[in-house]
Design a protein around this ligand. Structure first.
Ligand code: PEP
Length: 259
């Protein structure tokens, strides 16, 4: 099969200003260096608030840190009269490798629907920033439809938009059951595998075998150093999107050292 480089991604949400971010990234780099002997090919990414990106970019470049950075959201527009929005072009100019799209908190608090998530995904790709597309079911969805139907449906809308624009585009998918985010109640590794396999099958269907084999699918929801190994042992889980535990440098480094 295709070897997919594991991705351990830290979503800081609205935490750490740009000065705190500099101190944190330095600490994280040290923690990762300590860990270096015991983890091989793992990509580690941080997702600070927009206002931190320039500082984080500069620090990573100056100290040649083995880290990449991304943003937490992107506009559907390239530029213009859209007060408060951030263009994918601006993220690219700040050397963002990734952008999180459709996080459940944006779906919930900013009413982003699957159509907007699809548009944002296309916008990120247009500017050469790899989208990390978040999907996941609420507790009510789980009760009503079972585990995979809602996240697969959310992803299909995005895949249709991609296949219409650039079927060879690289995306990352993050399966984040909403009931597991910030709750301390992680999904079981078997639950995560079941849904991640269904998501990969949807990619096979919409974009083909090669795209599905290349695409990294992350699990997110109460990931910690104590439960990461179980997720990473699953065939269709290629990494983790980490919220709370990404704000503790030693803990996040320990997650990156999952082997
Ligand atoms: C998230 O919000 O993407 C997340 C996974 O949060 P937590 O790890 O805190 O559950």
């Amino acid at each position: 099969g295709v070897a997919r480089t594991p991705l351990i991604a830290g979503n800081w949400k609205m935490n750490l200003d740009h000065l705190q971010a500099i101190a944190f990234v330095q600490k994280l780099a040290w923690s990762l260096k300590d860990a270096k002997h015991s983890f091989g090919e793992v990509e580690v990414a941080v997702f600070p608030p927009f206002t931190d990106l320039r500082s984080v970019q500069t620090l990573i470049a100056a100290d040649k840190l083995e880290l990449v950075h991304g943003a937490q959201d992107v506009s559907i527009h390239d530029n213009g009269a859209y007060t408060g929005e951030i263009s994918g072009a601006f993220l690219k100019a700040l050397a963002c490798s990734y952008v999180i799209i459709g996080h459940s908190e944006r779906r919930q608090y900013h009413h982003e629907d699957d159509g907007v998530v699809a548009q944002k995904t296309v916008a990120a790709l247009k500017h050469g920033v790899t989208p990390v597309v978040c999907v996941g079911e609420t507790a009510e969805d789980l009760e009503a439809h079972g585990p995979a139907a809602v996240p697969v449906g959310q992803l299909e809308t995005v895949l249709d938009a991609i296949s219409a624009s650039d079927a060879d585009a690289e995306i990352v998918v993050a399966y984040e059951p909403v009931w597991a985010i910030g709750s301390g109640q992680a999904a079981s590794p078997e639950q995560a595998q079941q849904v991640c396999a269904a998501l990969r099958a949807a990619i096979v269907e919409k974009l083909g075998e090669d795209a599905a084999a290349r695409t990294r699918i992350l699990y997110g929801g109460s990931v910690k150093s104590g439960n990461i190994a179980g997720f990473m042992a699953q065939k269709d889980v290629d990494g983790a999107l980490v919220g709370g535990a990404s704000l503790d440098a030693a803990e996040f480094a320990a997650i990156a050292r999952f082997r």
